[in-house]
Design a protein around this ligand. Structure first.
Ligand code: FAD
Ligand code: NAP
Length: 458
Protein backbone atom coordinates (compact mmCIF):
# COMPACT_ATOMS: atom_id res chain seq x y z
CA UNK A 1 0.00 0.00 0.00
CA UNK A 2 1.05 3.60 -0.64
CA UNK A 3 2.54 5.78 2.09
CA UNK A 4 -0.08 7.09 4.55
CA UNK A 5 -1.29 10.64 4.00
CA UNK A 6 -2.91 10.27 0.59
CA UNK A 7 -6.64 10.48 -0.28
CA UNK A 8 -6.98 6.69 -0.51
CA UNK A 9 -4.87 6.08 2.60
CA UNK A 10 -5.32 8.98 5.04
CA UNK A 11 -2.93 9.33 7.94
CA UNK A 12 -4.82 8.45 11.13
CA UNK A 13 -3.49 10.21 14.22
CA UNK A 14 -4.84 9.81 17.77
CA UNK A 15 -4.23 12.76 20.08
CA UNK A 16 -4.55 12.06 23.81
CA UNK A 17 -5.65 15.20 25.63
CA UNK A 18 -7.60 18.28 24.54
CA UNK A 19 -5.55 21.05 26.16
CA UNK A 20 -3.60 23.69 24.20
CA UNK A 21 -0.92 21.23 23.05
CA UNK A 22 -3.51 18.79 21.69
CA UNK A 23 -5.27 21.55 19.74
CA UNK A 24 -2.02 23.08 18.44
CA UNK A 25 -0.88 19.62 17.27
CA UNK A 26 -4.24 19.24 15.48
CA UNK A 27 -3.78 22.66 13.85
CA UNK A 28 -0.25 21.79 12.68
CA UNK A 29 -1.41 18.47 11.21
CA UNK A 30 -4.27 20.12 9.33
CA UNK A 31 -2.01 22.91 8.06
CA UNK A 32 0.53 20.37 6.77
CA UNK A 33 -1.71 19.78 3.75
CA UNK A 34 -1.43 15.99 3.85
CA UNK A 35 -4.54 13.85 4.00
CA UNK A 36 -5.00 13.36 7.70
CA UNK A 37 -7.73 12.26 10.13
CA UNK A 38 -7.35 13.35 13.73
CA UNK A 39 -9.04 11.56 16.58
CA UNK A 40 -8.74 13.53 19.83
CA UNK A 41 -9.46 11.56 23.01
CA UNK A 42 -10.10 13.43 26.25
CA UNK A 43 -10.77 11.85 29.63
CA UNK A 44 -13.32 14.52 30.63
CA UNK A 45 -16.48 15.31 28.67
CA UNK A 46 -15.32 18.96 28.40
CA UNK A 47 -12.31 19.89 26.24
CA UNK A 48 -9.58 22.58 26.58
CA UNK A 49 -7.55 21.15 29.51
CA UNK A 50 -6.12 23.80 31.83
CA UNK A 51 -7.62 26.63 29.78
CA UNK A 52 -10.93 25.54 31.29
CA UNK A 53 -9.74 24.00 34.57
CA UNK A 54 -6.54 25.95 35.35
CA UNK A 55 -6.68 29.54 34.08
CA UNK A 56 -8.11 31.66 36.88
CA UNK A 57 -11.80 32.60 36.64
CA UNK A 58 -10.99 36.32 36.97
CA UNK A 59 -8.67 36.10 33.92
CA UNK A 60 -11.42 35.63 31.35
CA UNK A 61 -9.39 37.23 28.54
CA UNK A 62 -6.81 34.44 28.73
CA UNK A 63 -9.54 31.92 27.95
CA UNK A 64 -10.06 33.44 24.51
CA UNK A 65 -7.78 30.72 23.16
CA UNK A 66 -10.91 28.55 23.33
CA UNK A 67 -12.36 30.42 20.33
CA UNK A 68 -9.40 29.28 18.23
CA UNK A 69 -9.72 25.70 19.51
CA UNK A 70 -13.43 25.69 18.57
CA UNK A 71 -12.48 26.84 15.08
CA UNK A 72 -9.91 24.05 14.79
CA UNK A 73 -12.54 21.56 15.95
CA UNK A 74 -14.79 22.54 13.02
CA UNK A 75 -12.31 21.00 10.55
CA UNK A 76 -13.72 17.99 8.72
CA UNK A 77 -10.49 16.09 9.49
CA UNK A 78 -11.22 16.30 13.23
CA UNK A 79 -13.15 14.01 15.59
CA UNK A 80 -13.46 14.53 19.35
CA UNK A 81 -14.23 11.76 21.80
CA UNK A 82 -14.64 13.20 25.28
CA UNK A 83 -15.16 11.16 28.47
CA UNK A 84 -12.66 8.57 27.19
CA UNK A 85 -9.74 7.86 29.49
CA UNK A 86 -6.80 6.46 27.52
CA UNK A 87 -5.19 3.68 29.52
CA UNK A 88 -8.51 2.82 31.17
CA UNK A 89 -11.33 2.92 28.59
CA UNK A 90 -9.07 2.08 25.67
CA UNK A 91 -5.50 0.84 25.74
CA UNK A 92 -2.50 2.38 24.04
CA UNK A 93 -2.06 -0.90 22.19
CA UNK A 94 -5.58 -0.58 20.77
CA UNK A 95 -4.80 2.96 19.62
CA UNK A 96 -1.58 1.72 17.97
CA UNK A 97 -3.54 -0.91 16.07
CA UNK A 98 -6.14 1.57 14.84
CA UNK A 99 -3.94 4.63 14.14
CA UNK A 100 -0.64 5.26 12.38
CA UNK A 101 0.63 7.31 15.30
CA UNK A 102 -0.42 8.67 18.72
CA UNK A 103 0.48 12.06 20.19
CA UNK A 104 0.31 12.16 23.98
CA UNK A 105 -0.69 15.70 24.96
CA UNK A 106 -2.09 14.77 28.35
CA UNK A 107 -0.55 17.53 30.48
CA UNK A 108 0.80 17.31 34.03
CA UNK A 109 -2.16 16.49 36.20
CA UNK A 110 -0.69 15.99 39.65
CA UNK A 111 1.72 17.94 41.81
CA UNK A 112 5.31 17.83 43.04
CA UNK A 113 5.83 16.72 46.61
CA UNK A 114 7.38 18.99 49.24
CA UNK A 115 8.79 15.98 51.11
CA UNK A 116 8.54 17.38 54.65
CA UNK A 117 6.87 15.89 57.74
CA UNK A 118 3.22 16.91 58.11
CA UNK A 119 2.74 17.48 54.36
CA UNK A 120 -0.46 15.42 54.43
CA UNK A 121 -2.02 16.94 57.54
CA UNK A 122 -5.66 18.01 57.23
CA UNK A 123 -5.54 21.66 56.17
CA UNK A 124 -2.46 21.19 53.96
CA UNK A 125 -3.52 21.14 50.30
CA UNK A 126 -1.99 21.27 46.87
CA UNK A 127 -2.64 24.23 44.60
CA UNK A 128 -3.73 21.64 42.01
CA UNK A 129 -6.69 20.61 44.19
CA UNK A 130 -7.73 24.16 45.05
CA UNK A 131 -7.46 25.41 41.46
CA UNK A 132 -9.41 22.37 40.20
CA UNK A 133 -12.04 22.92 42.87
CA UNK A 134 -12.74 26.61 42.16
CA UNK A 135 -12.62 25.93 38.41
CA UNK A 136 -15.21 23.13 38.57
CA UNK A 137 -12.94 20.19 37.64
CA UNK A 138 -15.02 17.05 38.38
CA UNK A 139 -12.04 15.31 40.09
CA UNK A 140 -11.95 18.00 42.79
CA UNK A 141 -15.65 18.76 43.16
CA UNK A 142 -15.94 17.17 46.58
CA UNK A 143 -12.76 18.55 48.14
CA UNK A 144 -13.31 20.74 51.18
CA UNK A 145 -11.30 23.82 52.11
CA UNK A 146 -11.71 25.20 55.61
CA UNK A 147 -11.39 28.98 55.29
CA UNK A 148 -12.53 29.64 58.85
CA UNK A 149 -8.94 30.50 59.87
CA UNK A 150 -7.26 33.90 59.72
CA UNK A 151 -3.90 32.81 58.28
CA UNK A 152 -3.33 31.08 54.94
CA UNK A 153 0.12 30.14 53.66
CA UNK A 154 1.09 29.50 50.06
CA UNK A 155 4.42 27.79 49.39
CA UNK A 156 5.94 28.79 46.04
CA UNK A 157 6.21 32.03 44.08
CA UNK A 158 5.09 31.15 40.57
CA UNK A 159 1.98 32.29 38.71
CA UNK A 160 -0.11 29.44 40.13
CA UNK A 161 0.75 30.68 43.64
CA UNK A 162 -0.30 34.15 42.44
CA UNK A 163 -3.64 32.76 41.23
CA UNK A 164 -4.32 30.90 44.49
CA UNK A 165 -3.43 33.86 46.70
CA UNK A 166 -5.39 36.33 44.55
CA UNK A 167 -8.52 34.17 44.67
CA UNK A 168 -8.16 33.99 48.48
CA UNK A 169 -7.53 37.75 48.63
CA UNK A 170 -10.40 38.96 46.48
CA UNK A 171 -13.80 40.10 47.63
CA UNK A 172 -16.88 38.23 46.49
CA UNK A 173 -17.88 41.26 44.40
CA UNK A 174 -14.64 40.84 42.45
CA UNK A 175 -15.42 37.17 41.75
CA UNK A 176 -19.16 36.80 41.48
CA UNK A 177 -19.42 37.70 37.78
CA UNK A 178 -16.64 35.33 36.71
CA UNK A 179 -17.03 31.66 35.77
CA UNK A 180 -15.86 30.55 39.23
CA UNK A 181 -17.91 27.55 40.33
CA UNK A 182 -20.87 28.33 42.59
CA UNK A 183 -19.78 25.86 45.30
CA UNK A 184 -16.42 27.64 45.58
CA UNK A 185 -17.95 31.11 45.60
CA UNK A 186 -20.15 30.11 48.56
CA UNK A 187 -17.15 28.91 50.58
CA UNK A 188 -15.06 31.97 49.65
CA UNK A 189 -17.95 34.24 50.68
CA UNK A 190 -17.70 32.91 54.22
CA UNK A 191 -13.88 33.13 54.34
CA UNK A 192 -12.35 34.49 57.54
CA UNK A 193 -8.88 34.76 56.06
CA UNK A 194 -7.07 37.97 56.97
CA UNK A 195 -3.40 37.26 56.29
CA UNK A 196 -2.03 35.40 53.28
CA UNK A 197 1.69 34.56 53.27
CA UNK A 198 3.26 33.77 49.90
CA UNK A 199 6.60 32.16 50.65
CA UNK A 200 9.56 31.72 48.30
CA UNK A 201 12.59 29.55 49.00
CA UNK A 202 14.78 31.96 47.01
CA UNK A 203 14.92 35.76 46.92
CA UNK A 204 12.85 38.56 45.39
CA UNK A 205 15.03 38.52 42.27
CA UNK A 206 14.17 34.86 41.63
CA UNK A 207 10.38 34.96 42.13
CA UNK A 208 8.70 33.42 39.07
CA UNK A 209 5.65 35.67 38.88
CA UNK A 210 5.07 37.67 35.73
CA UNK A 211 4.63 41.46 36.15
CA UNK A 212 1.00 41.60 35.05
CA UNK A 213 0.04 38.95 37.60
CA UNK A 214 2.02 40.52 40.46
CA UNK A 215 0.79 44.06 39.68
CA UNK A 216 -2.78 42.93 40.40
CA UNK A 217 -1.94 42.61 44.11
CA UNK A 218 -1.66 46.39 44.25
CA UNK A 219 -5.15 46.78 42.75
CA UNK A 220 -7.30 44.54 44.95
CA UNK A 221 -10.45 45.88 46.58
CA UNK A 222 -9.98 44.46 50.08
CA UNK A 223 -6.35 43.33 50.25
CA UNK A 224 -3.01 45.14 50.44
CA UNK A 225 0.34 43.64 49.43
CA UNK A 226 2.88 43.72 52.26
CA UNK A 227 6.65 43.45 51.94
CA UNK A 228 9.23 44.53 54.42
CA UNK A 229 11.96 46.68 52.78
CA UNK A 230 14.76 44.68 54.49
CA UNK A 231 13.48 41.53 52.74
CA UNK A 232 14.46 43.14 49.45
CA UNK A 233 18.21 43.18 50.17
CA UNK A 234 20.15 41.51 47.34
CA UNK A 235 23.43 39.65 47.23
CA UNK A 236 25.90 40.48 44.45
CA UNK A 237 24.80 37.67 42.14
CA UNK A 238 21.16 38.73 42.40
CA UNK A 239 22.13 42.33 41.64
CA UNK A 240 23.94 41.06 38.56
CA UNK A 241 20.86 39.08 37.55
CA UNK A 242 18.65 42.17 37.75
CA UNK A 243 21.12 44.31 35.80
CA UNK A 244 21.23 41.80 32.94
CA UNK A 245 19.40 43.20 29.91
CA UNK A 246 17.91 39.78 29.12
CA UNK A 247 16.23 39.58 32.52
CA UNK A 248 13.73 42.43 32.25
CA UNK A 249 10.87 40.40 33.77
CA UNK A 250 12.73 39.85 37.05
CA UNK A 251 13.75 43.53 37.15
CA UNK A 252 10.08 44.53 36.75
CA UNK A 253 9.03 42.08 39.45
CA UNK A 254 11.67 43.45 41.81
CA UNK A 255 10.50 47.01 41.11
CA UNK A 256 6.92 46.00 41.92
CA UNK A 257 8.06 44.44 45.19
CA UNK A 258 9.87 47.70 45.96
CA UNK A 259 6.73 49.71 45.19
CA UNK A 260 4.68 47.43 47.43
CA UNK A 261 7.20 47.79 50.25
CA UNK A 262 6.65 51.55 50.24
CA UNK A 263 2.86 51.42 50.54
CA UNK A 264 1.30 52.79 53.69
CA UNK A 265 -0.96 50.32 55.56
CA UNK A 266 -4.62 50.92 54.70
CA UNK A 267 -7.85 49.83 56.34
CA UNK A 268 -8.37 46.95 53.89
CA UNK A 269 -9.33 43.82 55.77
CA UNK A 270 -6.84 41.44 54.12
CA UNK A 271 -3.09 41.51 53.64
CA UNK A 272 -0.98 39.46 51.27
CA UNK A 273 2.58 39.16 52.60
CA UNK A 274 5.42 38.20 50.26
CA UNK A 275 8.27 36.52 52.12
CA UNK A 276 11.57 35.26 50.75
CA UNK A 277 14.47 32.91 51.49
CA UNK A 278 12.37 30.55 53.59
CA UNK A 279 11.81 26.81 53.15
CA UNK A 280 9.22 24.81 55.08
CA UNK A 281 10.93 21.99 56.96
CA UNK A 282 7.87 20.74 58.85
CA UNK A 283 4.12 21.32 58.89
CA UNK A 284 2.91 21.04 62.46
CA UNK A 285 -0.35 20.20 64.21
CA UNK A 286 -1.88 17.27 66.05
CA UNK A 287 -5.06 16.35 64.21
CA UNK A 288 -4.84 19.10 61.61
CA UNK A 289 -2.47 21.82 60.44
CA UNK A 290 -1.71 24.44 63.06
CA UNK A 291 1.50 25.93 61.80
CA UNK A 292 4.83 25.37 60.13
CA UNK A 293 8.53 25.47 60.80
CA UNK A 294 10.56 27.35 58.21
CA UNK A 295 14.30 27.38 57.76
CA UNK A 296 15.98 30.60 56.68
CA UNK A 297 17.97 30.23 53.48
CA UNK A 298 20.86 31.96 51.80
CA UNK A 299 21.53 31.84 48.09
CA UNK A 300 24.58 30.12 46.72
CA UNK A 301 25.95 29.79 43.21
CA UNK A 302 26.61 32.01 40.23
CA UNK A 303 24.14 34.57 38.91
CA UNK A 304 21.20 32.81 37.20
CA UNK A 305 22.20 29.57 38.85
CA UNK A 306 21.61 30.38 42.48
CA UNK A 307 20.02 27.80 44.73
CA UNK A 308 18.65 28.06 48.25
CA UNK A 309 20.76 26.62 51.06
CA UNK A 310 19.41 26.25 54.60
CA UNK A 311 21.24 28.20 57.31
CA UNK A 312 19.97 26.04 60.17
CA UNK A 313 18.10 29.03 61.63
CA UNK A 314 14.42 28.21 62.06
CA UNK A 315 11.30 30.26 62.58
CA UNK A 316 7.76 29.11 63.33
CA UNK A 317 4.47 30.44 62.03
CA UNK A 318 0.83 29.75 62.86
CA UNK A 319 -1.32 28.79 59.88
CA UNK A 320 -4.85 27.42 59.54
CA UNK A 321 -4.61 26.41 55.90
CA UNK A 322 -1.67 25.88 53.56
CA UNK A 323 -1.35 25.41 49.80
CA UNK A 324 1.71 23.79 48.21
CA UNK A 325 2.18 25.52 44.87
CA UNK A 326 5.57 24.18 43.88
CA UNK A 327 4.84 22.88 40.39
CA UNK A 328 2.81 20.26 38.59
CA UNK A 329 3.87 16.68 37.71
CA UNK A 330 2.78 14.28 34.94
CA UNK A 331 0.86 11.04 35.47
CA UNK A 332 1.98 7.83 33.68
CA UNK A 333 -0.26 6.13 31.11
CA UNK A 334 -0.07 2.32 30.92
CA UNK A 335 1.95 1.24 27.89
CA UNK A 336 3.90 4.51 27.56
CA UNK A 337 7.45 5.09 28.94
CA UNK A 338 7.51 7.53 31.86
CA UNK A 339 10.24 9.46 33.67
CA UNK A 340 9.00 9.37 37.26
CA UNK A 341 11.55 11.93 38.46
CA UNK A 342 10.68 14.61 35.91
CA UNK A 343 7.04 13.57 35.58
CA UNK A 344 7.28 13.57 31.78
CA UNK A 345 7.23 11.11 28.89
CA UNK A 346 10.88 10.70 27.81
CA UNK A 347 11.28 11.96 24.26
CA UNK A 348 13.61 13.36 21.67
CA UNK A 349 11.97 16.48 20.24
CA UNK A 350 8.54 14.88 20.58
CA UNK A 351 9.48 11.32 19.54
CA UNK A 352 8.82 9.08 22.56
CA UNK A 353 11.93 7.22 23.71
CA UNK A 354 12.61 4.37 26.09
CA UNK A 355 16.15 4.44 27.51
CA UNK A 356 17.20 6.56 24.55
CA UNK A 357 15.65 4.38 21.83
CA UNK A 358 12.81 5.89 19.79
CA UNK A 359 9.51 3.98 20.11
CA UNK A 360 7.77 3.88 16.72
CA UNK A 361 4.29 5.42 16.48
CA UNK A 362 4.46 7.29 19.82
CA UNK A 363 4.87 11.08 20.06
CA UNK A 364 4.29 13.66 22.77
CA UNK A 365 3.59 17.40 23.11
CA UNK A 366 3.00 20.07 25.76
CA UNK A 367 3.55 19.78 29.51
CA UNK A 368 3.86 15.98 29.47
CA UNK A 369 6.64 16.37 26.89
CA UNK A 370 8.74 19.19 28.37
CA UNK A 371 7.52 19.54 31.98
CA UNK A 372 5.04 21.88 33.64
CA UNK A 373 6.21 25.30 32.50
CA UNK A 374 5.15 27.85 29.95
CA UNK A 375 2.01 29.73 29.11
CA UNK A 376 -0.74 28.67 26.69
CA UNK A 377 1.08 30.07 23.63
CA UNK A 378 4.35 28.25 24.51
CA UNK A 379 2.64 25.01 23.57
CA UNK A 380 2.13 26.04 19.95
CA UNK A 381 5.80 25.89 18.90
CA UNK A 382 6.21 22.79 21.03
CA UNK A 383 3.39 20.96 19.20
CA UNK A 384 4.64 22.18 15.82
CA UNK A 385 8.05 20.62 16.57
CA UNK A 386 6.41 17.28 17.42
CA UNK A 387 4.23 17.30 14.29
CA UNK A 388 7.20 18.21 12.07
CA UNK A 389 9.10 15.20 13.37
CA UNK A 390 6.07 12.95 13.03
CA UNK A 391 5.70 13.98 9.39
CA UNK A 392 9.41 13.33 8.80
CA UNK A 393 8.78 9.73 9.92
CA UNK A 394 5.84 9.27 7.53
CA UNK A 395 7.65 6.87 5.22
CA UNK A 396 8.39 4.53 8.13
CA UNK A 397 4.75 4.10 9.18
CA UNK A 398 3.25 0.64 8.78
CA UNK A 399 1.18 0.53 5.59
CA UNK A 400 0.82 -3.27 5.42
CA UNK A 401 -2.58 -3.06 7.12
CA UNK A 402 -5.40 -0.53 6.85
CA UNK A 403 -5.69 1.72 9.89
CA UNK A 404 -9.35 2.48 10.52
CA UNK A 405 -8.77 5.42 12.88
CA UNK A 406 -11.86 6.48 14.81
CA UNK A 407 -13.93 3.80 13.05
CA UNK A 408 -11.82 1.21 14.83
CA UNK A 409 -12.20 2.91 18.19
CA UNK A 410 -15.97 3.38 18.31
CA UNK A 411 -16.87 -0.36 18.42
CA UNK A 412 -14.40 -0.87 21.29
CA UNK A 413 -15.93 2.00 23.28
CA UNK A 414 -19.48 0.85 22.53
CA UNK A 415 -18.70 -2.70 23.58
CA UNK A 416 -17.28 -1.36 26.86
CA UNK A 417 -20.33 0.90 27.31
CA UNK A 418 -18.18 4.02 27.46
CA UNK A 419 -20.47 7.06 27.15
CA UNK A 420 -18.24 9.08 24.83
CA UNK A 421 -19.06 12.72 24.06
CA UNK A 422 -18.63 14.11 20.53
CA UNK A 423 -17.78 17.76 19.83
CA UNK A 424 -21.35 18.73 18.83
CA UNK A 425 -22.52 17.08 22.05
CA UNK A 426 -19.95 19.04 24.03
CA UNK A 427 -21.24 22.27 22.41
CA UNK A 428 -24.72 21.35 23.65
CA UNK A 429 -23.35 21.06 27.21
CA UNK A 430 -21.46 24.31 26.64
CA UNK A 431 -24.64 26.20 25.66
CA UNK A 432 -26.41 24.86 28.73
CA UNK A 433 -23.56 26.10 30.97
CA UNK A 434 -23.78 29.56 29.42
CA UNK A 435 -27.55 29.57 29.96
CA UNK A 436 -27.13 28.48 33.60
CA UNK A 437 -24.73 31.37 34.23
CA UNK A 438 -27.08 34.11 32.99
CA UNK A 439 -29.27 34.62 36.11
CA UNK A 440 -26.15 35.37 38.21
CA UNK A 441 -24.53 37.52 35.50
CA UNK A 442 -21.77 34.93 34.99
CA UNK A 443 -20.28 33.92 31.61
CA UNK A 444 -21.25 30.35 32.49
CA UNK A 445 -22.06 28.10 35.41
CA UNK A 446 -19.95 24.99 34.81
CA UNK A 447 -21.24 21.51 35.37
CA UNK A 448 -18.90 20.09 37.96
CA UNK A 449 -19.89 16.45 37.76
CA UNK A 450 -19.52 14.15 34.76
CA UNK A 451 -23.01 12.72 35.32
CA UNK A 452 -24.55 16.22 35.17
CA UNK A 453 -22.89 16.81 31.79
CA UNK A 454 -24.01 13.48 30.40
CA UNK A 455 -27.54 14.14 31.67
CA UNK A 456 -27.72 17.19 29.36
CA UNK A 457 -27.36 14.77 26.44
CA UNK A 458 -30.05 12.32 27.56
C1 FAD B 1 -3.43 26.81 37.56
C2 FAD B 1 -2.89 27.19 36.20
C3 FAD B 1 -3.23 28.41 35.64
C4 FAD B 1 -2.72 28.77 34.40
N1 FAD B 1 -3.06 29.98 33.90
C5 FAD B 1 -2.54 30.36 32.71
C6 FAD B 1 -2.89 31.63 32.18
O1 FAD B 1 -3.63 32.40 32.80
N2 FAD B 1 -2.35 31.98 30.98
C7 FAD B 1 -1.51 31.15 30.30
O2 FAD B 1 -1.08 31.51 29.19
N3 FAD B 1 -1.16 29.93 30.78
C8 FAD B 1 -1.67 29.53 31.97
N4 FAD B 1 -1.32 28.32 32.48
C9 FAD B 1 -0.44 27.43 31.69
C10 FAD B 1 -1.25 26.65 30.62
O3 FAD B 1 -2.48 26.27 31.17
C11 FAD B 1 -0.46 25.43 30.14
O4 FAD B 1 0.71 25.90 29.46
C12 FAD B 1 -1.22 24.53 29.18
O5 FAD B 1 -2.53 24.26 29.61
C13 FAD B 1 -0.51 23.18 28.97
O6 FAD B 1 -1.18 22.52 27.95
P1 FAD B 1 -1.22 20.94 27.76
O7 FAD B 1 -2.09 20.71 26.58
O8 FAD B 1 0.15 20.40 27.71
O9 FAD B 1 -1.89 20.35 29.07
P2 FAD B 1 -3.37 20.53 29.68
O10 FAD B 1 -3.91 21.86 29.45
O11 FAD B 1 -3.25 20.05 31.10
O12 FAD B 1 -4.26 19.47 28.87
C14 FAD B 1 -4.10 18.08 29.04
C15 FAD B 1 -5.43 17.37 28.79
O13 FAD B 1 -5.21 15.95 28.74
C16 FAD B 1 -6.28 15.29 29.36
N5 FAD B 1 -5.83 13.95 29.79
C17 FAD B 1 -4.95 13.65 30.76
N6 FAD B 1 -4.79 12.31 30.85
C18 FAD B 1 -5.60 11.75 29.91
C19 FAD B 1 -5.90 10.42 29.54
N7 FAD B 1 -5.32 9.36 30.14
N8 FAD B 1 -6.79 10.19 28.55
C20 FAD B 1 -7.40 11.24 27.91
N9 FAD B 1 -7.16 12.54 28.25
C21 FAD B 1 -6.27 12.79 29.23
C22 FAD B 1 -6.62 16.20 30.53
O14 FAD B 1 -7.94 15.97 31.04
C23 FAD B 1 -6.48 17.58 29.88
O15 FAD B 1 -7.70 18.01 29.31
C24 FAD B 1 -1.83 27.91 33.71
C25 FAD B 1 -1.48 26.68 34.29
C26 FAD B 1 -2.00 26.33 35.52
C27 FAD B 1 -1.62 25.02 36.14
N1 NAP C 1 -1.34 34.07 34.26
C1 NAP C 1 -0.49 33.23 33.69
O1 NAP C 1 0.05 33.51 32.64
C2 NAP C 1 -0.20 31.92 34.36
C3 NAP C 1 -0.95 31.51 35.47
C4 NAP C 1 -0.62 30.31 36.09
C5 NAP C 1 0.43 29.54 35.59
N2 NAP C 1 1.12 29.96 34.50
C6 NAP C 1 2.30 29.23 34.02
O2 NAP C 1 2.23 27.85 34.34
C7 NAP C 1 3.55 27.38 34.64
C8 NAP C 1 3.53 26.64 35.99
O3 NAP C 1 3.37 27.58 37.06
P1 NAP C 1 3.72 27.20 38.56
O4 NAP C 1 3.48 28.38 39.42
O5 NAP C 1 3.08 25.89 38.90
O6 NAP C 1 5.29 26.81 38.49
P2 NAP C 1 6.62 27.71 38.54
O7 NAP C 1 6.49 28.97 37.81
O8 NAP C 1 7.70 26.78 38.16
O9 NAP C 1 6.78 28.10 40.12
C9 NAP C 1 7.00 27.12 41.08
C10 NAP C 1 7.44 27.79 42.38
O10 NAP C 1 7.59 26.76 43.37
C11 NAP C 1 8.89 26.88 43.97
N3 NAP C 1 9.34 25.57 44.42
C12 NAP C 1 9.59 24.47 43.67
N4 NAP C 1 9.97 23.45 44.45
C13 NAP C 1 9.98 23.92 45.73
C14 NAP C 1 10.28 23.34 46.98
N5 NAP C 1 10.65 22.07 47.08
N6 NAP C 1 10.17 24.10 48.08
C15 NAP C 1 9.78 25.40 47.99
N7 NAP C 1 9.47 26.01 46.83
C16 NAP C 1 9.58 25.27 45.71
C17 NAP C 1 9.75 27.47 42.88
O11 NAP C 1 10.92 28.03 43.43
P3 NAP C 1 12.33 27.99 42.64
O12 NAP C 1 12.27 29.11 41.65
O13 NAP C 1 13.33 28.17 43.69
O14 NAP C 1 12.42 26.64 41.96
C18 NAP C 1 8.78 28.51 42.30
O15 NAP C 1 8.74 29.66 43.12
C19 NAP C 1 4.47 28.56 34.63
O16 NAP C 1 5.17 28.63 33.41
C20 NAP C 1 3.52 29.73 34.78
O17 NAP C 1 4.00 30.94 34.23
C21 NAP C 1 0.83 31.14 33.88
Amino acid sequence: MKQAGTPDNPLHIAIVGSGPSGFYATEALIKSGINVKINMLERLPAPYGLVRHGVAPDHAKLKQAIQLYDKIAEAREFTYLGNVNVGRDITVDELRKTHHAIIFACGAETDRKLGVPGENLIGSHTATEFVGWYNGHPDYRDRTFDLSHEVAVIIGQGNVAADVSRILAKSIDELKHTDISAHALDVLAASKIRDIYVIGRRGPAQAKFTPKELREFGELAICDPVISPEDLALNQSSQRELEDKTNITSAKIYQLFKDFSQLQPSSKKRRCHFRFLLSPVELTGKDRLQGLVLEKNILQGEAFNQSARGTGEKITMDAGILFRSIGYHGVPIAGVPFDGRKGTIPNSKGRVTDQGAVIPQLYTAGWIKRGPSGIIGTNRADSVETVENLLQDLSSFDTSVVKPGVDGVLPILKERKVHFVTFPEWKKIDRKEVERGKPAGKPREKFTRVQEMLAVLD
